[in-house]
Design a protein around this ligand. Structure first.
Ligand SMILES: Nc1ncnc2c1ncn2[C@@H]1O[C@H](COP(=O)(O)OP(=O)(O)OP(=O)(O)O)[C@@H](O)[C@H]1O
Ligand SMILES: [Mg+2]
Length: 283
């Protein structure tokens, strides 16, 4: 049987820094912006992210579920107890009438920006990304929600016919039960790299404990639906090679992970996700 647990191989779990040459010296971060002034650095319909000196304010819109905000903070606090580099939560407050999580501000550049700015270094960044993901997946955070519970709930809620849902629940049930730390949204925009090459991982709202290969299937789908099909294939091959995981094993997760993504999918992703989720073995 193939291994999917990367704990037997890969990077040193106690190592806090990963410093590929590709990252060193490329930081174009927020130099000179460390005055106490509040500065908007990221905005979406349902959240705004500000920097205020060495503090990061992630502020949620009034209609955002309070339970989801507190769950994000709880997940984050739980992962903070590992030796992974993640910003520290300072407090959870109501800022200007809106719930906000206050964190350490990480002065650096996201891996997404680096990849956009330096397409010639794509292979090096991909290598870096895979090593970092393997490092995360080696950790155990026993208090986190179970991935299987989350997937079962999402499959039940997905816009799929009963036969497909049944098949997906059955497939999920048959998959090996692991308890690795899975980020759940291991996107390059959630990796911030400081000037000395130290990566920090943010945005732990989707973290669960479960099977590493499911998190890898999620990353594959993420690259793919973002239009980076070639990179998705390259990523999958690289991860499987580095972790000595069978490609087929990750592929068995794709319909399950695609179905679970259907619930909050962007309209542009729907066709592809439905195609993956509908791969049902009729016997
Ligand atoms: N602690 C931090 N230090 C520095 N920058 C941060 C920090 N936290 C978030 N950011 C910046 O804000 C962006 C958005 O933050 P975050 O990833 O937490 O939100 P989000 O939940 O991904 O939003 P969405 O899911 O809508 O994309 C990040 O990509 C990063 O650029
Ligand atoms: Mg994010």
């Amino acid at each position: 049987m193939s291994k999917n647990d990367s704990s037997k191989k890969g990077v040193n779990p106690s190592s806090k820094t990963v410093t590929p040459a590709a990252v060193k010296g490329t930081n174009s971060g927020a130099e000179g912006k460390d005055s106490g002034e509040r500065q908007l650095i990221f905005s979406r319909e349902d959240k705004k992210v500000y920097r205020e000196g060495d503090m990061l304010i992630k502020q949620f819109a009034p209609n955002y579920s309070k339970a989801d905000i507190l769950n994000e903070a709880l997940n984050h606090a739980r992962v903070e107890e590992t030796d992974l580099n993640i910003p520290r939560i300072r407090s959870i407050e109501v800022v200007d009438g809106k719930w906000a999580i206050i964190l350490d501000y990480i002065d650096g550049v996201t891996l997404q920006s680096l990849m956009e700015e330096h397409p010639e270094k794509t292979d090096e960044y991909l290598d870096f990304y895979v090593d970092l993901q393997m490092q995360v997946l080696q950790h155990k955070v026993p208090m986190l929600n179970k991935m299987k519970d989350k997937f079962n709930a999402k499959i039940s809620a997905a816009d799929l016919d009963a036969t497909t849902r049944y098949e997906l629940h059955t497939r999920l049930d048959s998959m090996p039960k692991h308890n690795n730390l899975c980020h759940g949204d291991f996107d390059p925009s959630n990796i911030i790299i400081t000037a000395d090459g130290t990566p920090y991982i943010i945005d732990w709202s989707h973290a669960t404990q479960g099977n590493a290969s499911a998190d890898v299937a999620r990353s594959y789908i993420m690259w793919y639906v973002n239009g980076k099909e070639e990179l998705a294939e390259k990523y999958l091959k690289l991860y499987c090679k580095k972790s000595d995981t069978a490609l087929q094993y990750v592929q068995r997760w794709i319909p399950i992970v695609a179905a679970s993504r259907l619930v909050k999918a962007k309209p542009s992703e729907l066709e592809l996700l439905h195609r993956w989720a509908n791969v049902v073995d009729y016997e």
